[in-house]
Design a protein around this ligand. Sequence first.
Ligand SMILES: Cc1ncc(COP(=O)(O)O)c(C=O)c1O
Length: 459
Amino acid sequence: MKYKRSPMEPYRIKMIEPISQTTRREREKILREVGYNVFAIPAEKVTIDLLTDSGTGAMSQDQWAALMKGDESYAGARSYYRFEASVKKIFGYRHVIPTHQGRAAERILFEALLKKGDYVPNNIHFDTTMANVLVRHGHPVNLVINEAYDPKLEIPFKGNMDPSKLERLLRQKKGRVPLVLITITNNSGGGQPVSMANLREISRICHRYQIPFFFDACRFAENAFFIKEREPGYNQKSILEIAQEMFSLADGALVSAKKDGLANIGGFITLNDEALAEKLKHLLIISEGFPTYGGLAGRDLEVIARGLEEVLDLAYLEHRINQVRYLANLLEEAGIPIFKPIGGHAVYLLADEFLPHIPRDQYPGWALTIALYRESGIRAVEVGGVMFAKKISQKGKLVFPRLEMVRLAIPRRVYTASHLEYVAEAIINLYKQRNKIRGLKIIKAREPLRHFTASFKPL
Ligand SMILES: Cc1ncc(COP(=O)(O)O)c(C=O)c1O
């Protein structure tokens, strides 16, 4: 869907944060110093930061006010009960366990459920989800529909899981699949939504095989917006009603509140199973904290409680999704290769098409993030070979992921249309000089999640 008009922000700005400007020469020096890894660049040296939409959003006046009401009691704080009520209203599960962020929820759930050699299906695992399966010696399996890997194919629900692939896995690995996950929206596959029909089908299969079905639900409101917009029968339903219906199909959810919780920190696990909840709470106490705060301050719980209410606002969601579309359309009109259709929280550049002269083992996506920062001070993230390549043989032969992309993630309520126009202009200029961009070699890396700390040398 096109969105050509600059979308009007459904808010006005009450507090400002200066943006730093740097020269090309300064940025070149910074890149050398940080080993050509954008994660190591001090944020003050970034002009527009599209590294992630996680925890980078702006809070509303009501969230700032809620912060002052934080009850910092160790146990049974008032803020926990507000948080619990807000989560229960949307998700509807019996137990709500706070964690300091999404990956802590993943770690605790997998510690409770996974045995060595188990298989964990997902549409596509996010990098931390995959890493948390791997560190428990499990096998993360991506079962998204085949169409998800065609970056030009425009279908409404490209995040769907393939039910026949799931059934096959459950038959072949009987007794070795402790849960099924589905990520909404599918971050590692272009921010694509999953349809209600697909969720229903996956739920039916999980229940038939008696396997717990969990959501990785950090962008649940964006997913619900796409269902409202695209799926027959949902146009007249509210975002809350759609979210409630989605969650009624599963047994629980893992949530990073740093996305659609509209908070800068936080996460939670919410589920129905009493015995499992007890186990999770025990694990939580060991590393995160008492079950009514889970590593968060009372004020953080207040902020999330309020954020979960605000994210359901249709005016907010319409602007959010259309802002992403606006940037995508500016790029597309200039012939920049992007992943289609446009996802919920980010525009994904097709790095291998942008830089066809750079082979996969010289990391075109990574090279593009470096060139983008060097030329314009914009920070983006590679979602490609550095993040997801796997070593398969003793000789170190690498298998590359099917998609080589650069994600321009849009923080919530932070940038205006003119910031996005600056980004589009910078990328269009870079595209004109793309032949000058060179690949890179990895000189130091530590698995898993090597992209966060690896160092590189330009070729
Ligand atoms: C789909 C998905 N799952 C899990 C996480 C992990 O959440 P957190 O960064 O809060 O640990 C993220 C973070 O970006 C995500 O996008």
